[in-house]
Ligand binder design. Structure first.
Ligand code: NAP
Ligand code: ZN
Ligand code: ZN
Length: 350
């Protein structure tokens, strides 16, 4: 097989609308698989990237790192997958494989020279610029694909590859479970997965949203409590309540106000990645020896563990399936926090 020309949707320049185009995918190497992409989720990180908020300068960019599809061809040395297998690809497609983090299964934090190679807008081992999942096909090393359990529908499973693992990893690390009070700030793509996962782990879950507009949804998704952060009374009523707060908000927040909601020794984990610096008062942390941490997606073993956990508990994303020619409209709605709760592109319409 030679380089394959495939259809895709790309942002031609920062802030420009996405448009239909063609890109090439590399020839299958010995350990590569060719994936027929069926669905690709729209993550807010795609928007930050194509809007130039994260400093990307090389365009065009084909976003998409919540990819679900079916293997259609395999390289000569592939052992993990066969044609017909259901697979997913998340936020990275390669890493050095030799550093301490790679060996520990934390490929997202690769410290080797190659680093963790983003699924799009990154430079791969072959020197080529990577292009993501808003496309019909993807070639990826078999070791960087995940197996999607049979019981999970591919469209609603796609967002698990970023939104799912990004919430699963900190919930697991900070041991969300029975007896723990967990708050999720922002009920968007990430946040709604956090509610489902924390509930399935047995924690007492609170949603902190800008308004009560999505309260019924939040409770249906598994939240025990739901509060509006636009109401100052929320911060008085909930002071000192939580063991763990996961901040999924894509915009700037007054973090001190949220740290005030932690119990003594509690942890606020930053997941949202707006472009501006974060500010935290030292007094907010030292009084009550609280922690402020961050977390970024998850490594390959934990991502597979998350998919298996979701299969066991019947968890997928709540999605709105769209045609590819509605991507730009979907972006506007994501910016307006008008998403319930993840847009997923039907790759058959690309
Ligand atoms: P999303 O679907 O747009 O959800 C973000 C939510 O934040 C919105 O639904 C809204 O919730 C809340 N929000 C938005 N603007 C706000 C504002 N001005 N003030 C207060 N709340 C606001 O986005 P997402 O895909 O979940 O991604 C969220 C963030 O996480 C993005 O910055 C993304 O880049 C980042 N991210 C990080 C990782 C990681 O590994 N750390 C992985 C993926 C994404 P309410 O309507 O409920 O208030
Ligand atoms: Zn993402
Ligand atoms: Zn590494």
């Amino acid at each position: 097989m030679t380089h394959k020309t495939v259809h895709a949707y790309a942002a031609p320049a920062p802030k420009a609308p996405l448009e239909r185009t063609t890109i090439t995918r590399r020839e299958l190497g010995a350990h590569d698989i060719l994936i027929d992409i069926k669905y690709a989720g729209i993550c807010h990180s795609d928007l930050h990237t194509v809007r130039g908020e994260w400093g990307h300068e090389t365009f065009p960019i084909v976003p998409g790192h919540e990819i679900a599809g079916v293997v259609s061809e395999v390289g000569s040395g592939v052992t993990r997958y066969a044609p017909g297998d259901r697979v997913g690809v998340g936020c990275f497609v390669d890493s050095c494989r030799e550093c301490d983090n790679c060996r520990a299964g934390l490929q997202q934090h690769c410290t080797g020279e190659l680093g963790s190679v983003g699924t799009y807008a990154a430079t791969g081992r072959d020197g080529e610029f990577t292009q993501g999942g808003y496309s019909t096909h993807l070639v990826v090393d078999e070791n960087y694909a995940l197996s999607i359990p049979e019981s999970l529908p591919l469209d609603a499973a796609a967002p698990l590859l970023c939104a799912g693992i990004t919430l699963y990893s900190p919930l697991a690390r900070w041991q969300a479970g029975p007896g723990k009070k967990v708050a999720v700030v922002g009920l968007g793509g990430l946040g709604h997965m956090g509610v489902k996962l924390a509930h399935a782990m047995g924690a007492e879950v609170t949603v902190l949203s800008q308004s009560l507009r999505k309260k019924d949804d939040g409770l249906r998704l598994g939240a025990d409590h739901y509060h509006a952060t636009s109401d100052p009374a929320t911060f008085e009523a909930l002071a000192g309540t939580f063991d763990l707060i996961l901040n999924t908000v894509s915009a700037d927040l007054d973090l001190d106000a949220y740290i005030g909601l932690l119990k003594t020794g509690g942890t606020l984990v930053q997941l949202g990645a707006p472009e501006n610096k974060l500010a935290v008062s030292p007094f907010a942390l030292v009084q009550g020896r609280k922690s402020f941490s961050g977390s970024m997606i998850g490594g390959l073993p934990e991502t597979q563990e998350m998919l298996d956990f979701c299969a066991e508990h019947g968890i997928v994303s709540d999605i709105e399936l769209i045609r590819a020619d509605r991507i730009n409209e979907a972006y506007e709605r994501v910016l307006a926090s008008d998403v319930r709760y993840r847009f997923v592109i039907d790759a058959a319409t690309i």
